[in-house]
Design a protein around this ligand. Structure first.
Ligand code: GAF
Length: 375
């Protein structure tokens, strides 16, 4: 394994442990996690592998195979971290006195900028490795919560729990149904191939700069709407029509999205349980329209990807993740994959967009330990 070789070359000994944690796509349930709602992500076959040995002092040495430098970054204090190293140091910070420093090597293959949660994968890989070597006894959900806290409180991104939970808890061949209030979860079998279907990721290769600020704004709008409605979170709205009568403007639209999106997650789970995988497309389409028109987090590239995928024969398609660029997912009868790819590529070229990238999405395994000696 090349991360182990890099670790040995940099630090002169084998790592004590190696953990892999994946990125994710979200099948449905977008911008519902921080509203205490429901999500249905699954892990992707790309992720982050962390090789780690704890240190007796507080120094952190950190090496990434994706960085241009072959020398590790050395940090005497957490305040020295910057850029991508903050996701790692944030996890150490959240563990407080339970850990000291560490020597770490990182290797990642999550397609960058595709909105597939490479940062959650990095946090969960490092948190899992630290949990292992320090025998902290944390559960996968504990590790997800710790990683989310690192991102909220140390990195400063007010994300919900979905990405870290998907990375920590998903199982191969399954999507993860998560109630973001109770944190109860269930792995739902997702055997698309058995139904002649494939899930295609369409990476727009576009990431809009204002995404972070807009995300925080959406979250604040939802919290404000919930306060006006006298509920703890928008998840608690039971009388949608009555709620909409009491709200205006953006808060009204955001509420409309969150409440209907939670219903769509439940409806989609119902269809999966009934074995009607081929019928979930309409819910994916409705989710996209709601994100585009009510939540206003889509982008021209995402909208065109969805429309052209449907024209090319997809059963359903939607933007996935936070939005403002990143990726869309399309549910495609396997024999129509070429037609969908061609349709999206042609439409992007016609509009002068940068060519999209296509990736197959097969539900992969969540965080797991790898043998140090593995090839
Ligand atoms: C981003 C966040 F990190 C998640 O918590 C979630 O809110 C998602 O956007 C939108 O569903 O990935």
């Amino acid at each position: 394994m090349r991360v182990v070789e890099a670790f040995r070359a940099a630090y002169g000994a084998s790592p004590q442990t190696v953990w892999h944690a994946p990125g994710r796509v979200n099948l449905i349930g977008e911008h519902t996690d921080y509203n205490d709602g429901f999500v249905l992500p699954f892990a992707v076959p790309w992720g982050v592998t962390a090789a780690l040995t704890p240190r007796a002092d507080d120094t952190i040495r950190l090496l990434s195979l994706q960085s241009s430098s072959t020398e590790p970054v050395t940090m005497a204090t957490h305040a020295e971290s910057e850029g991508w190293t903050r996701y790692v140091v944030g996890v150490l910070e959240m563990l407080g006195d339970r850990v000291k420093g560490a020597d770490i090597a990182i290797d990642g293959n999550v397609p960058q900028g595709a909105g597939l949660s490479s940062s959650a994968a990095l946090e969960v890989a490092v948190a899992s490795a630290l949990n292992d070597v320090h025998e902290l006894g944390m559960t996968p959900m504990d590790l997800a919560l710790l990683s989310q806290k690192a991102e909220n409180d140390f990195v400063g991104m007010p994300c919900g729990i979905m990405d870290q939970a998907a990375s920590a808890l998903c199982q191969e061949g399954h999507a993860l149904f998560l109630d973001c209030r109770s944190l109860g979860s269930r792995n739902i079998p997702l055997d698309l191939a058995a139904h002649g279907l494939s899930m295609l990721i369409i990476d727009t290769q576009v990431h809009h700069e204002h995404a972070g600020g807009e995300y925080a704004k959406r979250r604040a709008e939802c919290e404000s709407a919930a306060r006006k409605l006298g509920v703890a979170a928008l998840r608690d709205v039971t009388d949608l029509a009555g709620a909409l009568d009491r709200l205006q403007g953006d808060e009204r639209k955001r509420t409309m999205h969150v409440v209907t999106e939670n219903h769509r997650v439940e409806a989609l789970i119902g269809l999966l349980r009934a074995g009607a995988v081929t019928e979930i497309g309409a819910l994916l389409n409705a989710s996209h329209l709601s994100l585009r028109d009510q939540y206003e987090v889509s982008s021209p590239e995402l909208d065109v990807a969805v429309e052209a995928a449907l024209k090319g024969g997809a059963r359903g398609a939607r933007m996935t993740g936070g939005g403002f660029g990143g990726s869309a997912v399309a549910l495609v009868p396997t024999e129509r994959l070429d037609s969908v790819r061609e349709s999206v590529t042609a439409e992007y070229a016609r509009r002068g967009f940068e060519a999209p990238r296509f990736l197959p999405a097969v539900p992969a395994r969540g965080a797991h330990r790898l043998p140090v000696s593995a090839d």
